[in-house]
Design a protein around this ligand. Structure first.
Ligand code: NAP
Ligand code: MG
Length: 484
């Protein structure tokens, strides 16, 4: 298919200032209120995916470090945190939220440097939402009896938390804030490619005066995560990541006292009905799959569009895609930043070649891809079937598949015909259609006439292989308490 002519104009570069940002050469583990060297004496590099250059050395925490962290967390739980009133706990959480806000610009820049996501996203979405999560849960800390009326609320103990690389600081906030509000102590492991904002958060937590051992940050690889999962003095595992690792964790904790919440992968359908406001819907498609490079668990990676408007929507979508700015994550004009790692770029490329082998038609935008670093042009595939690999499996990149449907029932069937059930989008002019679809779609989150909108007060989580348990809102408290 011929490429549409580039209808955008070029902006002058507008790089974000990085002179106010301090990235140390080396980061240690944060255990028991101190920054300590790892038992392994080993360090690994975190790199900037947009340049491929090293940003800092990060401590590799092994089983012994995890054990130290769990002991510190247990000690802090038994002696301090579980005895403290909710109002006092709330004060610390508010303080963390305010310190994060004060350092919001620095956190955003570091997030974009380390993860490759566009500064517009980290500055306007990730960091403000992360602060809001702390503010929101700080407010619950002294009101748990109202959250669960007529029940006695008890904390669980030590929570082991493992997070992915796509929303590093936001996922840390989703995990840490509700656990602290409900009186638990924490050992958290960030992803190996994006540890920097977690270490900045450790500095903020330290500056907040939070008692030693209440939050411990242990960096490392997958085996560091496994050491947390397998430690016998952890009461709760909160994991966000791939369905594959989620299954390993579920097997590992089967039959133990450990409670778990798993937030896993997705292959979410964005459904456009013929009466939808089409220009708005096109923006929703773009926002759903191309922003944040498609590194979004709830990305609207499967577009389902009603046949009568399909040609029009695809034409509008291609025109809008041409205007996307792909490039330097630190440039304020950038819409689509760098792919998080070489490994992830290879996965995306592998899926694209499978799509072509299976006979799908590919359309990519005609942008200049930077020579250094890991980038991928926004891509759509038409002529796909429900059985196509690229329709069934999570790609986790800026790649959209487009299918059509004739009736609403067909759209529901196609949307639900997936191993996953994380999110969905519905675009229509009619409220009755929204209610019909939202009650029949098997997805934890359903947006109507919008996509990828988040609020600390609303719960998030999946059905089927997208995991179980909810984060955010009142439901997010539930995951960290015992009710009597
Ligand atoms: P991943 O490979 O599963 O890794 C997630 C985290 O688990 C990382 O910290 C990883 O450490 C660690 N880990 C790896 N192997 C482990 C093991 N055997 N035991 C314990 N921990 C282990 O996932 P990812 O590639 O980083 O993230 C992408 C996935 O996350 C996608 O599938 C996406 O859909 C999902 N996700 C879901 C949500 C949601 O809310 N449902 C949100 C965001 C992302 P290393 O980094 O060191 O390998
Ligand atoms: Mg990195």
């Amino acid at each position: 298919m011929a490429k549409e002519k580039n209808i955008s104009w070029d902006y002058s570069p507008a790089p974000e200032n990085t002179s106010h940002v301090k990235v140390k050469e080396r980061y240690e583990l944060y255990i028991d209120g101190k920054f300590v060297k790892p038992e392994s004496a080993k360090y690994f590099d975190t790199v900037s995916p947009s340049t491929g250059k090293k940003l800092a050395s990060i401590a590799y925490g092994n089983e012994k470090d995890v054990d130290k962290a769990v002991k510190a967390a247990r000690n802090a739980y038994v002696n301090i945190w579980s005895k403290m009133s909710g109002a006092e706990r709330g004060k610390y959480i508010y303080r963390i939220a305010r310190l994060m806000q004060e350092r919001a610009r620095e956190l955003s820049v570091i997030e974009s440097m380390d993860s490759g996501k566009a500064i517009r996203e980290s500055r306007d979405v990730d960091v403000p939402l992360a602060c809001n999560h702390f503010f929101y849960y700080a407010g619950w800390a002294d009101k748990l009896e109202y959250a669960f009326p007529n029940r006695k609320v008890e904390s669980l103990g030590v929570a082991g938390q493992i997070i992915p690389w796509n929303f590093p600081i936001l996922m840390a906030a989703w995990k840490i804030a509700p656990a602290l509000a409900t009186g638990n102590t924490i050992v958290i492991k960030p992803a190996e490619t994006t540890p920097l904002t977690a270490m900045k958060l450790a500095e903020i937590i330290h500056d907040s005066g939070l008692p030693a051992g209440v939050v411990n940050v242990v960096t490392g690889y997958g085996d560091t995560g496994a050491a947390i999962v397998n430690h016998n003095d952890v009461d709760k595992i909160a994991f966000t990541g791939s369905t594959g690792v989620g299954k390993i964790i579920q097997k590992a904790i089967a039959g133990t006292k450990k409670k778990a919440t798993l937030e896993l992968g997705g292959k979410s359908a964005n459904i456009i009905l013929e009466d939808a406001p089409l220009d708005q819907a096109v923006e929703g498609i773009i926002n759903g799959i191309f922003f944040n490079q498609g590194h979004v668990c709830c990305a609207g990676s499967r577009l389902l569009v009603q046949e009568s408007v399909a040609d029009k929507v695809i034409r509008k979508l291609k025109r809008r895609m041409e205007t996307l700015v792909v490039g330097d994550p630190l440039d304020k004009n950038t819409d689509v930043g760098a792919i998080n790692s070489k490994e992830q770029l290879d996965i995306i490329k592998k899926y694209v070649s499978i799509g072509l082998e299976e006979g799908a038609t590919m359309h990519q935008i005609s942008c200049n891809i930077p020579k250094n670093g890991y980038f991928f042009a926004p891509t759509i595939f038409t002529d796909v079937a429900q059985s196509s690999t690229i329709v069934k499996e999570e790609i986790f990149g800026p790649v959209l598949t487009v299918q059509t449907f004739r009736t609403v029932d067909e759209a529901i069937q196609k949307a639900n015909n997936s191993e996953y059930g994380l999110a969905a989008g519905v675009w229509t002019d009619k409220g009755s259609r929204i209610f019909n679809l939202t009650t029949k779609l098997n997805a934890g989150v359903i947006w109507a006439n919008t996509y990828n909108k988040f609020d600390p007060a609303s719960p998030f989580g999946g059905y089927k292989e997208s995991g179980f348990g909810r984060e955010g809102g009142l439901h997010g408290l539930n995951a960290y308490v015992k009710l009597r």
